[in-house]
Design a protein around this ligand. Structure first.
Ligand SMILES: Cc1ncc(C[n+]2csc(CCOP(=O)(O)OP(=O)(O)O)c2C)c(N)n1
Ligand SMILES: [Mg+2]
Length: 593
């Protein structure tokens, strides 16, 4: 916490690392998450003693994977980067999986580090040698958008400004800069100016090719059964109303793939979880910021990995995204190659409104078309309503069974928070949150890890909650047990920084995703499925997450096992978070899926 008495008047920078802090301030960076390390002791000192531990304020983490996950969650809520600082090679190695997650999830992030001294004559024996690399950035180069190691202090402003600009330019992804120990620690001999950074802003969003947009509009207006699939579109909050407008204009059902919040769950055109039938009859599909298009159109066998299209071979496909602008060769995150009829590289933030305008123009006053659109709207709305009514009834029925189901967990949590201004910062309770809750506004859910690297949840929830602090919004996380075990010390960070967060464990006492694979493999091979628990079940001894959280200074309760006990526990948690503005964990033992 920034304490007034610890603030110092800002003076002229005296050391190289003071200039780095000046740059952080110039970009209004709010937080720097880190675990300490001698390679960036200069920057550490400058943050607390030169910068006054304010913009940025230190967020103290016990693992670099957590520091980066905090920055990941923060970026998704705020839409702008914070800083994670990682100790030379070893900190960077710890951080690397989390950087990979952030890279796949296309979030802006400044990862900084220290190295060297590159000047061998100034190195301490042993440690400075084993912790210096040529070139340190190589370690993460395949999954950052850019990395740099400025040669001298004079290069530091340009490097930082370039890094900020690159990470905030669509497609956004983390950048990595590391600073030589000498550059950080040497006294400044020549004054280094930090320029007016407003003139280095990311370029204005890219508009789509006009001809391609027109072709897309024609296809959509003439379609009998159009469909929209959206994935990271909602990273720009203002694009969500544009998507709603387009969907409503032509009565197009929308499937929200959920990497960000894209479409309100209560909207009659929301077709998420009801897509199979719609995919099968779709004649035109508009994919907006969808990274894995092939995966969105197909179904895959859990046993054989065989994929089959759910769509008709004659379906026409339109894509708008910036995905083609960031393709590296190492990770195959470019996904399976998918034929497309109209492909556009553009920012959906500007392309969707323009596409809507063109569709409106083409539609004109065509009464026949308008009647068909109205009929489609009615049919989709009825189906949407009946799907949601069925989900609610299914979830309610789970209240009478012995164990807590994922549907019941989502139902009771949704009921507990429904009068709050909540944001779901992690987890889905096996998709039930979206089926049962009223997600109405952009950023009300922020999706998952991106790279599917476990250990994301605790740090990312904290980062998101940090971004929501003092906003009046209530961060709620549904946290799986295996993911928590990887980075559980993040709980201390939540307690230390007094971060309000309601964390509800979906504790299935298993790395169930892996157990499920074990079951499928055994079934396919006709071997005993009972053994799928070996190496996956987290029992004997079971982990007491409430006690664990308490040991880190987080108030907690549980394990809750019976459906009837769940709501009172959640209510207590909510009351605590609201009143004390602190984190609270409720450990819930629930069915695996
Ligand atoms: C770093 C890392 N290690 C291993 C895996 C493989 N893996 C994917 S899901 C999963 C199980 C996750 O367990 P949990 O978080 O409890 O969620 P559950 O599947 O039980 O709901 C594992 C081990 C991974 N994705 N990332
Ligand atoms: Mg689990």
């Amino acid at each position: 916490m920034a304490k007034a008495e610890s603030r110092v008047e800002r003076k002229q920078p005296e050391y190289g690392s003071d200039v780095v802090v000046d740059l952080m301030k110039a970009f209004d960076i709010e937080y720097a998450a880190f675990n300490p390390g001698a390679t960036f002791r200069g920057i550490h000192d400058s943050i607390v003693n030169y910068g006054g531990n304010h913009k940025p304020e230190v967020i103290f983490c016990h693992h670099e994977e957590i520091s980066v996950a905090v920055a990941h969650g923060y970026a998704k809520v705020k839409g702008k980067p914070m800083i994670a600082i990682v100790h030379n090679m070893v900190g960077l190695q710890h951080a690397s999986m989390a950087i990979f997650n952030a890279y796949i999830d296309r979030v802006p992030m400044m990862v900084l580090g220290g190295t060297g001294p590159m000047n061998t004559k100034r190195r301490r024996p042993r440690i400075d040698w084993i912790h210096t690399a040529l070139v340190q950035g190589n370690q993460v180069r395949d999954y950052v958008k850019w990395d740099d190691q400025p040669y001298s202090l004079a290069d530091v402003p340009d490097s930082f400004i370039r890094g900020y600009r690159i990470t905030t330019t669509d497609p956004m992804a983390p950048i990595y800069i590391n600073y030589d120990a000498d550059i950080q620690e040497d006294a400044i001999s020549n004054l280094v100016q930090v320029p007016d950074v407003s003139r280095y802003a990311a370029p204005a969003p890219t508009q789509a090719n006009p001809e391609a947009l027109r072709r897309a509009a024609q296809l959509l207006v003439n379609a009998q059964s159009p469909l929209i699939i959206a994935d990271t579109l909602g990273r720009n909050p203002q694009t969500v109303p544009s998507l709603i407008e387009l969907a409503e204009l032509l009565a197009i059902p929308v499937v929200d793939k959920g990497a960000r919040f894209n479409f309100p769950t209560g909207h009659p055109l929301d077709a998420t979880d009801g897509a199979r039938e719609i995919l099968a009859k779709a004649d035109v599909i508009l994919a907006l910021d969808v990274a894995d298009l092939f995966g969105s159109l197909t179904t895959v066998s859990k046993q054989t990995r065989n994929c089959e299209y759910l769509t008709s071979p004659s379906v026409k496909i339109i894509t708008i995204s910036m995905n083609d602008m960031l393709v590296h060769s190492w990770a195959n995150d470019f996904q399976a190659l998918q034929p497309v009829d109209v492909a556009m590289s553009a920012a959906t933030a500007v392309a969707v409104p323009e596409l809507t305008r063109l569709c409106r123009e083409l539609l004109g006053n065509d009464a026949k078309r308008k009647a068909a659109i109205e009929a489609r709207q009615k049919e989709l709305a009825a189906k949407h309503q009946s799907r949601r009514a069925k989900w609610l009834a299914d979830a309610q029925a789970k209240g009478s069974q012995k164990e807590i189901s994922t549907a019941w967990l989502a139902l009771e949590l949704g009921e507990t928070i429904k009068r709050e201004n909540w944001v779901l910062v992690n987890g889905t309770s096996n998709g039930w949150a979206r089926r049962l809750w009223d997600f109405t506004k952009p950023n009300q859910s922020i999706g998952a890890s991106g790279g599917a690297g476990l250990g994301y949840g605790p740090g990312a929830s904290i980062g998101a909650a940090l971004a929501l602090k003092d906003s009046g919004e209530l961060p709620v996380a549904i946290q799986s047990d295996g993911d928590m075990l990887m980075t559980s010390s993040a709980l201390w960070t939540a307690a230390k920084h007094r971060i309000p967060l309601l964390m509800v464990m979906h504790n299935n006492q298993s790395y169930y995703n892996s157990e499920e694979h074990g079951i499928e493999v055994a079934k396919f091979r006709k071997r005993p499925v009972e053994n799928a628990g070996i190496g996956t079940h987290v029992d004997d001894p079971a982990i007491d997450f409430a006690t664990m959280a308490q040991s880190f200074g987080v108030n907690a309760e549980g394990p809750v096992r019976r459906p009837a006990d769940l709501r009172p526990a959640l209510e207590r948690g909510l009351k605590f978070v609201k009143e004390k503005k602190l984190p609270y964990l409720v450990d819930v033992i629930a069915e695996p899926r």
